[in-house]
Design a protein around this ligand. Structure first.
Ligand code: HAM
Length: 431
């Protein structure tokens, strides 16, 4: 028996091929340009960090830290984990680089892979990609929350993302007259209806009653609808902050839906939370999640610092764009050089170099092909023009250019070629 079984990408991971990466690049370039108009700078951090960083910020009892991290012992016996998200890392970097000395607030964004050992399904992977942004330091002025959301909506709008809905909520803060009092009330109400809930929710009555509000189980929905709303139990400061965030959103013409069940699954959140859903994604329809996390930097050993941010699931964003027909046209080539003869080949190499320098995409076959074969290859590659170079063309200095869509052929002197191509090739259509 030969041991040549084929390798496949590990479950929950995948390859992105050129037919898809064109759209990925377009999305990332749009993020770079929109985010920079809002004054954000890019941060690139490590893909693994001490496990303790995530445990302390996201929370040991969360699914992400409790069940989903890829962790391993490093040789020096520290436990490290592949990052399941990047907010904790950005806060670590803020402290490590003394960014509290920078003009505040510090506005950072990132793109890159994250890792969570979840059950793979449509829009859910074990290696997935986020585009995120964080605003750290300065004040917790509600205008910051609203401007961050405005940036998100501008980005989605620029990409033409369809059917999006912005959900917002406030989950108050950790003081006896605010969220903890609501959590106790919720626990008491849930205990009364315990036997109408499934086993996960029953367990959460003790561990984290807020998470019961996340439940998607059909039979629990009726009971959940009768539970008290956190907005009615916020302390005066949190209530005022939430009201002001809404006013600030309205000032920017941003349409939102208040969703009292939006509690988010990570421990560091307080006050503003938000999520955006998009069309065409099935069960995993959250394309972006975020919220305020004042105090997280302090929890990680830094100075008292305000913070708010979001992360977009780039895989889901791309899926939604593809489902609504926003995928780019095939890669194609501008010019295919059909050369014949050693003499012509030297000219073809030079022509390819000049055309590429002028910005055209060029395919130069590495070996000589029969004319018909070359043209059919050009067709398969989606080339727009074939530049035909044989001995005649080279000695006359007149090159033959064939438009592949209609078969039209014309002779052009070499110096006129680039200008002619510039005029006939309109720039690639926007996605
Ligand atoms: P999150 O809600 O855990 O928040 O993730 C943000 C987004 O990442 C989700 O809305 C989803 O689109 C995408 N996502 C999460 N898990 C997966 C997965 N397994 N496969 C595909 N996409 C996924 C955070 O990560 C926070 N760090 C966001 C944040 C930044 N809050 C404040 N600042």
């Amino acid at each position: 028996m030969s041991n040549k079984s084929k390798f496949r990408a590990i479950k929950g991971t995948r390859d992105l091929l050129p037919s898809e990466t064109a759209l990925w690049n377009h999305v990332e370039q749009t993020a770079h340009s929109i985010f920079s108009t809002f004054g954000f700078g890019e941060i690139r951090g490590p893909i693994f960090e001490p496990t303790e960083l995530f445990a302390r910020s996201i929370g040991v009892d969360t699914d992400v830290v409790g069940k989903e991290m890829y962790s391993f012992e490093d040789r020096d016996e520290t436990t490290v984990s592949l990052r399941p998200e990047a907010t904790a890392s950005v806060c670590r970097a803020y402290i490590e680089h003394g960014m509290q000395q920078f003009p505040q607030p510090v506005k950072l964004y990132y793109t890159g892979p994250m890792f969570r050992r979840e059950r793979p399904q449509k829009g859910r992977y074990r290696q997935f990609y986020q585009i995120g942004a964080e605003v750290l330091g300065g004040t917790d002025a509600p205008a910051i929350d609203a401007e961050l959301i405005e940036m998100l909506m501008t980005f989605f709008d620029k990409l033409g993302l369809e059917g999006i809905e912005l959900n917002i909520n406030s989950i108050g803060h950790n003081a006896p007259n605010c969220r903890p009092a609501y959590v106790e009330l919720l626990r008491a109400e849930l205990t009364k209806v315990k036997d109408k809930l499934g086993s996960d929710s029953q367990r959460r009555i003790d561990t984290n009653p807020l998470r019961v509000l996340d439940s998607k189980l059909e039979f629990e929905q009726g009971v959940i609808a009768t539970l008290p709303h956190i907005a009615d139990h916020l302390c005066p400061d949190c209530a005022a902050h939430y009201a002001s965030v809404k006013t600030q959103l309205e000032l920017r013409g941003i349409i939102y839906r208040e969703n009292w069940r939006l509690v988010r699954g990570l421990d560091y959140y307080m006050r503003t939370t938000f999520e955006i859903t998009a069309r065409g994604l099935g069960a995993q329809n959250a394309v972006c999640g975020g919220g305020r996390y004042d105090g997280l930097v302090e929890l990680l050993g830094g100075p008292p610092t305000k913070g708010i941010g979001f992360a977009i699931g780039e895989d889901r964003l791309i899926l939604s764009l593809q489902e609504s027909g926003k995928a780019p046209s095939k890669q194609g080539r501008d010019v295919y050089i059909a050369w014949m003869g050693e003499h012509a080949y030297a000219t073809a190499v030079r022509a390819a170099k000049d055309l590429r320098n002028a910005g055209f995409s060029v395919e130069l076959p590495p070996t000589e092909l029969k004319f018909a074969k070359a043209l059919s290859h050009a067709d398969k590659l989606g080339a727009k023009f074939a530049l035909i170079l044989g001995d005649n063309e080279v000695s006359e200095g007149l090159w033959t250019l064939k438009t592949l869509a209609d078969g039209r052929q014309q002779k052009l002197p070499e110096p006129a070629l680039i200008e002619h191509l510039r005029n006939s090739l309109s720039p690639s259509p926007p996605l």
